[in-house]
Design a binder for this molecule. Sequence first.
Ligand code: RB5
Length: 146
Amino acid sequence: MRIVIANDHGAVALKRNLVAWLKSEGHEVVNLGVDVEDRVDYPDMAVAACSEFKKGGYDFGILLCGTGIGISIAANKIPGIRCALVHDLFTASMAREHNDANFIAMGGRVEYSNQPTEILAAFMDAKFQGGRHAERVGKIAELEKE
Ligand code: RB5
């Protein structure tokens, strides 16, 4: 898969962990996040990754900040982006199966009960179920027109 990733200063170590794992699994990763812990603003990181994603050629994107909250809120303001803030294997799978999320967000300062790489793998292994879920995702797209 081809994946774009961005992070703020609150998730440098998590980003490194996820990028190393993705590359070890043979995926291509475009890293638009920061690699040092000097402060940056998470909305700027969201815009960078989402703009790159919208150019096309990506399977999905990953956004990381201290909690995953701010960067997912920012990403979801961008038309066409459905960024799911996931916390475990269940929410990661459902983000794709029901919501057809094209971004996932996690937090570098959050203690997860699963390894973040396992959470990411659960998202990557899941498939959008379509049907009634496609109708609901379509209604989300309609909201962007209001
Ligand atoms: C940065 O201090 C922090 O606010 C940010 O990483 C994120 O947690 C915001 O939601």
